[in-house]
Write a protein that binds this ligand. Sequence first.
Ligand code: UFG
Length: 338
Amino acid sequence: MKNILVTGGLGFIGSHTVVELHHRGYNPIIVDNLSNSQEEVLNRLKKITGTQFTFLNIDLVDFDKTRQIFSDQIIDGVIHFAAYKAVGESVEKPLDYYENNLGSLINLLKLSQEFRVSNFIFSSSCTVYGQPDRLPVDESFPKLPAESPYGKTKQVCEEIIEDYCKSNPDFKAISLRYFNPTGAHESALIGELPLGIPNNLVPFITQTAAGIREKLNVFGGDYNTPDGTCIRDYIHVVDLANAHIAALEHAEKMDTNYDMFNVGTGKGNSVLEVIQSFEKVTGISLNYEIVDRRPGDIEKIYADTKKVNSILGWKAERDLDNMMKTAWEWQKSLSIKE
Ligand code: UFG
């Protein structure tokens, strides 16, 4: 059984990936410093899979402690999720973002070199494209200047990995550029756990429906889109998790040693379409209002998925209604717990 180090494995995407790795016969080893996750997720993973996974509470910026992981375990591959990800916070605290997101990556690459771990999957983002001048956006599009230090860390991390791959032909790495991950596991035992007031649309919708927030502000109704609201490519977190396994399998056999893939559905939906889908599947009428634009938002983006479909053999299977349904089931399970 192959051991896969999953950094940030108790987080939103990481925890769903742990489940799918387990289903596919891998042994995930979870590293997480609980900076934006809860240890309770480990119990939830056990409920879903019947397995008690190895969990190491380690900050990957600490080289010596991270080195200990590699010397204690046999690691066959790394999926690196752990990173700070709040766009607004990154503007306030750029040094924290550079230190954490770049420092942890560099430590993991150095240790992969030392311990000859050759498969590495990196969590990147469609944010590396900025606002592309035509759509859908494919992997050959240029990276435009990042809007935030967070976005810049994703661009720079991709470049660090690419440079390192050039220096070490035995090392195989893939960057997955996520579009907008949402939804939750169908068991409703794991899902997104935003700290404080959510920045992202779907947690804000579900918290509003649950009565935790009074009203959803829809940021901007005057964009150049059919209904005036921004368009994104929402991708179910379980589909996204499965893309990591497809990437791991591909990394082992690929001819080049670095590649990157969009992970989205290829379909754009507006904010109002997301709300309509939520209202349809839940029967709840959402309290929302169209307000001013949010600074830094791009108007529309969705993925060209030809490359990921053909080379990784991966395709999104779950639609927007499924994302809304599972996100709502997850939200309801939280309310019951409280
Ligand atoms: N939105 C609202 N109201 C809210 C929250 C969001 O109308 O309360 C809108 C946004 O304006 C945007 C859409 O919903 O049009 C999606 O917003 P999210 O914040 O959920 O997602 P973003 O596309 O802005 O952010 C995502 C990732 C970031 C990444 C960014 C790059 O979550 O990590 O893409 O564009 F940096």
